[in-house]
Design a protein around this ligand. Structure first.
Ligand code: GAL
Length: 785
């Protein structure tokens, strides 16, 4: 092979996010290059215009959709044609546009993509001209309501421009499936757009997770006709380094195509080597080791940042989940951003990748059911082909609580969808998240096409599942739907179901728009965190569970009325602050020592307050109030916490966990005095000056002695200096109507959040927070290359 000169770039993939113009509204003339957009706003993608808007109960997306504006928007971008374009394949790739995108280049129509969660691309070589070219994109999210949660609006994921040779690996053109033994099967789709037959040589080079070359396949000589060709090679990696949740190591493969002794394409594929199994009796195992799937469902929004993809924001969500002990994510209820899956591969999460929330039967008036007949095949195929190299993915879900499970049309569609998946990937099981619990009445189940029975809710049925469905593999695809507001505590003698049933109007608890963090409220179809986990942990045949949900998400504020506009189901609030149940999971799902006590210690004198402790690695916990012991408690039977009824008196509440008489952990909560000062804590003090990186600043309202004031609601004003800006603010309150894009926020139960984003200039970002009557605080975050 000849050495390549640097100008001989064989393949490039560059970000196409910068220098877009945006107009909110319809402007049909904007497709034409002659249109003047000088007055339009300049922006960098990814962009979600909904999150910039004002909450209003009259917004057509309704509170269920987040209560933010939707509508039509136009994007335009002028760019220079890539070098040598006439001899190349130039492709414009969109990771996702919500929704109904239509794209023009130089006034010529490229196509339409209704589903807002699909990745798609257009080959634009033949439309390009030397010098300036123009892309125009219309995004139409005006027909509402169209979703049961917040979707966002706009080009909310990344856009890329790729340049490859006319003979090259096709888009998403490799599929590497590797077994635990190290046997590797490589499928490679090679395209030939030269309009004549060609001869080439192809080889793959595989590098191990440490970057060491482990294998080079023999050069394979190939004749290609004009439709290209798919080739299969099989090889063996000895002593493979396995991908796992604890050790998420990936291999990488370089596919090279040569012609006339010259390298014409290099294509990189990351993959992992692992084996997994679902067993009807024993549940899930990864690389031969039994392991329960400890999962959460996540919607795609990033809180105050909306749907606009940001890698650091997704990584932070996953870090918070990892810290809690989560080992699996269900991408409810749609294909995620590709970078989300990259993070799961890298950080060690198993993934249930889900295609749809509805098929031909609707859930909301203008949802995807309108596009399903024409588009489901393309959308499902594209999800599988895009995602099938990710070692994190262990399940393909063809749908969530699909209406067709209740009628006979469900059977044929199930069979069709499963066969689409199997035609593209036979290595992973196919599942659907079902709610109809009677097999004979469930038409999706009746198709006998699914590999695993996925059940939503109904945790009381876990026990006898195997009796009722002998030999059937089982996964709790969605559980819980408990309701909680961070920092809000309301004791109750019995567990409450809000709403009570499907008929009774919900009238309780509306005043504070808050649900208790004592884990004593759930939707009637769900169960509390403890109720659910107690059942799921008991039975080996329950392969695992996906709790609804890891984080609060925008929309679906059920059961609350306006101004509630985001969900209460999260184990962590929308701002990323854990609710108390987080520590119940941590005490059960991780190996690190945990002791967490709740609630705060600011109550009326004499009030009887329940004090709970979640703990592990200890035999007992002793509680002290102002130095006096209130007794030792140990979890009995299947208890997940201990509790004391304490008559409140101000002072210091202290809990000590002990094992064999030895102190393990101590936790202290003190009665806070009046709010006196602000404290700022950054999750990262050094970030990249790449215009994307974020530092999440937690704002804490403290009394003079440094205790968080649990009912503080002070309005905080932010000032930013230097090389960054505020990307969003939040406080986790589900019924706050303050905007997310602002330089102020009220605290909620003592906390709020400011998200700082870097520019591309190296330097510092200084954030100052002030509030009347409080001493101010500032923090400096460094930004570097
Ligand atoms: C489920 C549904 C989820 C969410 C949840 C709320 O039935 O699958 O998307 O709506 O209920 O409890």
């Amino acid at each position: 092979m000849k050495n390549q000169t640097p100008n001989d770039e064989v393949r490039s993939r560059t970000s196409f996010n910068k220098d877009w113009k945006f107009f909110l509204g319809d402007e049909p003339g904007a497709r034409s290059p002659a249109f003047t957009d000088t007055k339009w706003r300049k922006l960098t993608l990814p962009h979600d215009w909904s999150i910039e808007g004002k909450f209003d109960q009259k917004n057509p997306a309704k509170p269920e959709g987040g209560g933010l504006p939707t509508g039509i928007g136009w994007y335009r971008k002028e760019f220079n044609a890539p070098a040598n374009f006439a001899n190349r394949l130039i492709t414009l790739e969109f990771d996702g546009v919500y929704k109904n995108s239509e794209v023009w280049i130089n006034g010529k129509y490229l196509g339409k993509r209704p589903y807002g969660y699909s990745s798609f691309s257009y080959e634009i070589s033949k439309y390009l001209k030397s010098g300036k070219n123009l892309i125009a994109v219309k995004v139409d999210n005006s027909a509402q309501p169209d979703s049961r949660w917040y979707s966002g609006s706009g080009i909310y994921r990344n856009v890329w421009l790729t340049s490859a040779a006319k003979i090259s690996v096709a888009k998403w053109g490799t599929f590497v499936s590797a077994a635990q033994s190290g046997s590797v099967k490589i499928e490679t789709q090679i395209q030939n757009k030269t309009l004549k037959s060609q001869s080439v040589l192809v080889a793959h080079t595989i590098y191990d997770p440490n970057g060491k070359l482990v294998l080079k396949t023999k050069l394979q000589s190939l004749k290609l006709d004009t439709s290209g060709r798919t080739i299969i090679s099989e090889t063996q990696i000895s002593n493979p380094i396995l991908w796992s949740v604890a050790n998420p190591k990936q291999y990488s493969m370089q596919t090279q195509i040569l012609q006339n002794n010259k390298l014409i394409d290099t294509y990189e594929t990351k993959f992992g080597i692992r084996g997994f199994q679902f067993d009807a009796e024993k549940g899930f195992s990864l690389n031969g080791k039994p392991m329960k799937i400890l999962g959460v469902c996540l919607h795609h929004d990033l809180g105050a940042l909306g749907a606009a993809v940001n890698i650091r924001a997704m990584e932070r969500q996953l870090e918070i989940m990892k810290e809690m002990g989560v080992n699996a994510i269900r991408t409810a209820h749609n294909p995620p951003a590709p970078e989300f899956l990259d993070l799961c591969d890298k950080m060690g999460f198993l993934v249930m990748d889900e295609a749809f929330d509805m098929w031909a039967k609707k859930k909301t008036k203008n949802d995807y059911h309108l596009n399903f007949p024409e588009w489901h095949k393309t959308d499902l195929e594209d999800m599988i082909v895009r995602d099938r190299n990710h070692p994190s993915i262990i399940l393909w879900s063809i749908g969530n609580e699909i209406r067709e499970q209740f009628d006979s049309t469900g059977t044929a569609i199930t069979k069709e969808l499963v066969s689409i998946v199997k035609s593209l990937d036979k290595t992973r099981p196919v599942i659907s998240a079902l709610t109809e619990t009677k097999a004979e009445k469930n038409f999706i189940y009746q198709a006998s096409a699914l590999d695993i029975y996925g059940l939503n809710y109904n945790h009381k049925l876990y026990k006898d599942f195997l009796k009722n469905y002998p030999g059937v593999k089982f996964l709790a695809t969605e559980t819980t739907s408990a309701l909680e507001t961070r920092g809000f505590y309301d004791t109750a003698d019995t567990i409450r179901r809000w709403p009570k049933d499907g008929k009774t109007k919900f009238t309780e608890g509306n005043k504070a728009w808050s649900a208790s963090s004592y884990d004593n409220v759930s939707a009637y179809w769900g169960s509390t965190h403890e109720e659910t986990w107690k059942e799921a942990k008991k039975y080996d045949h329950v392969s695992g569970l996906f709790v609804w949900t890891g984080f609060d998400y925008l929309g679906e504020p059920l059961p609350y009325a306006w101004p509630a506009r985001s969900s209460y189901f999260g184990i962590v609030d929308l701002a990323g602050f854990p609710k108390d149940s987080y520590y119940m999971y941590q005490s059960e799902w991780t190996n690190k020592p945990v002791l967490h006590i709740l609630p705060h210690w600011n109550w009326e004198q004499g009030k009887s307050v329940e004090v709970w402790a979640y703990y592990n690695h200890a035999d007992e916990v002793e509680l002290y109030l102002n130095g006096k012991s209130l007794g030792k408690k140990s979890k009995q039977n299947d208890d997940l916490h201990v509790l004391w009824n304490v008559n409140f008196e101000p002072g210091t509440l202290k809990a000590v966990s002990r094992k064999s008489g030895r102190d393990i952990l101590t936790r202290v909560v003190k009665t806070a005095g009046a709010a006196a000062k602000i404290e700022l804590v950054a999750d990262r003090n050094n970030i990249k000056a790449d215009g994307k990186d974020l530092s999440f600043i937690t704002v804490r309202i403290l009394d003079a002695a440094g205790n968080v004031v649990p009912d503080a609601e002070n309005l905080i004003d932010f000032k930013v200096e230097g090389n960054g800006f505020i990307a969003g603010v939040d406080n986790g309150f589900q019924a706050s109507l303050e905007p997310f894009k602002a330089s102020y926020r009220k605290a909620f139960h003592g906390l709020c959040l400011a998200i700082l984003q870097s520019t591309e200039k190296v330097g510092v970002i200084k954030l100052t927070a002030t509030s009347s009557g409080l001493s101010k605080a500032s923090i400096v975050v460094k930004t570097g290359k």
